[in-house]
Design a protein around this ligand. Structure first.
Ligand SMILES: Cc1cc2nc3c(=O)[nH]c(=O)nc-3n(C[C@H](O)[C@H](O)[C@H](O)COP(=O)(O)OP(=O)(O)OC[C@H]3O[C@@H](n4cnc5c(N)ncnc54)[C@H](O)[C@@H]3O)c2cc1C
Length: 342
């Protein structure tokens, strides 16, 4: 693992910034001639990025701009594919997630050393020379001197009829992402654990009509109940049985006790899973996050396995498109710098 003292980190960061500022000059010399890449076989790359969404494409863009040969492999299932719009990403607020990714992919592929394969990576192993072999479902094998894992996470939704088909529409996890569009309506928060109590207290800035579905009489202490009541948040104890409404909308929730509560938007935090055998195959260490395990990385997004970087939701506890892109930039820049043995 790359371990650098704090001073060295800032020198590197400065070098990175300086190199960012001089890319225009480099680009005008000859972006099509990459002396490292021309020596490589067709299936060999400086860096292979697994996952071609917000984190992966942001990483890959840094590396092709350093004129290195990069392969992005993407299975085409970003986490927010259930939503029709992504919000809060500067200059792209409200655009469809697939549109943002499509433009990102097109801009990446404008570089001569960029390659993109639609497919699923099923196996990743370190070779004797320290490089990595990545096998796809199709059986094709590609070699990379460095690997970046940007494979995202999967939400585990509660098994309540009506939740799954409304996910990303009227059932959401993040008020910053989708709250504005649903503001002023009847909101509910489903108690799925400790984070739910924090989440429901946030909601009063988006709606004056907020209900906390405690999911059982014993799930809240007297102090917690008093705290919610003070904020004008209603509490319903009987567990939610199902969600009702036409085509993605929400009209009410049905409760176990036979009653129903009118509702237009439901929020819940999810437990997440990494769902990716490559991480275990490579031996990357995991760490516990509030919503599930994540890949352990250092300040450069390098994992505990030298030469393997991880970025985006798979390696952080808080999740937005902006944070994923930001981590991708870090992973890309430092994976590139490691090729120069800096
Ligand atoms: C319903 C919903 C709505 C959201 N809305 C917003 C929003 O409005 N604004 C916002 O900022 N954030 C939003 N988010 C959060 C946002 O979706 C994530 O933070 C972001 O997608 C993370 O980007 P990523 O690149 O890390 O992972 P992802 O976008 O999930 O991409 C991972 C990619 O890796 C691919 N992959 C996985 N395994 C393999 C493999 N073995 N081989 C090849 N490819 C593989 C996947 O197919 C996928 O394309 C939302 C999340 C959800 C669930």
């Amino acid at each position: 693992m790359l371990k650098l003292p704090r001073r060295r980190f800032w020198i590197l960061a400065g070098t990175f910034l300086a190199s960012m500022l001089s890319t225009k000059v480099k680009a005008s010399t000859s972006i099509s001639k990459n002396k490292q890449s021309v020596r490589m076989e067709k299936n060999q790359f400086d860096v292979i990025v697994i996952g071609g969404s917000f984190a992966g494409l942001s990483a890959a863009l840094q590396i092709v701009r350093a004129r290195r040969k990069v392969l992005v492999i993407d299975a085409g299932k970003p986490r927010n594919r259930f939503a029709t719009a992504a919000h809060g990403f500067l200059s792209r607020d409200g655009q469809a997630p697939e549109q943002i990714s499509r433009i990102g992919k097109e801009q990446f592929l404008d570089y001569p050393t960029a390659e993109f394969i639609e497919g699923k990576a099923t196996r990743a192993t370190r070779q004797g020379d320290g490089s990595f072999a990545v096998e796809l479902e199709s059986g094709a094998v590609y070699l990379g001197a460095r690997l970046i894992l940007a494979t995202g996470i999967t939400d585990q939704l509660p098994d309540i009829p009506g939740v799954r088909e409304r996910w990303g529409k009227t059932v959401n996890h993040c008020p910053y992402c989708h709250g504005y569009e649903l503001a002023g309506r009847k909101w509910g928060v489903l108690n799925v654990g400790e984070a739910s109590l924090h989440q429901v207290k946030l909601m009063v800035d988006w709606s004056d009509d907020v209900t906390f579905f405690a999911q059982g009489d014993n799930r809240l202490s007297a102090d917690e109940r008093a705290e919610l009541t003070k904020r004008n948040i209603s509490i319903v104890d009987s567990p939610v049985k199902s969600l009702v409404g036409d085509s993605g909308t929400l009209e009410r929730v049905e409760l176990d006790n036979g009653q129903s509560v009118p509702l237009e938007a439901l929020f819940l935090t999810t437990q997440t899973s990494i769902n990716n055998p490559l991480i275990e195959q490579l031996g990357c260490e995991l760490e516990a996050g509030p919503f599930g395990s994540m890949v352990k990385t250092n300040n450069f997004q390098e994992t505990t396995v030298e030469g393997v970087y991880a970025a985006g939701d798979v390696a952080r506890s808080m999740h937005t498109v902006t944070w994923a892109a930001s981590d991708g930039v870090t992973a890309g820049a430092f994976a590139h710098q490691s090729l120069l043995a800096l």
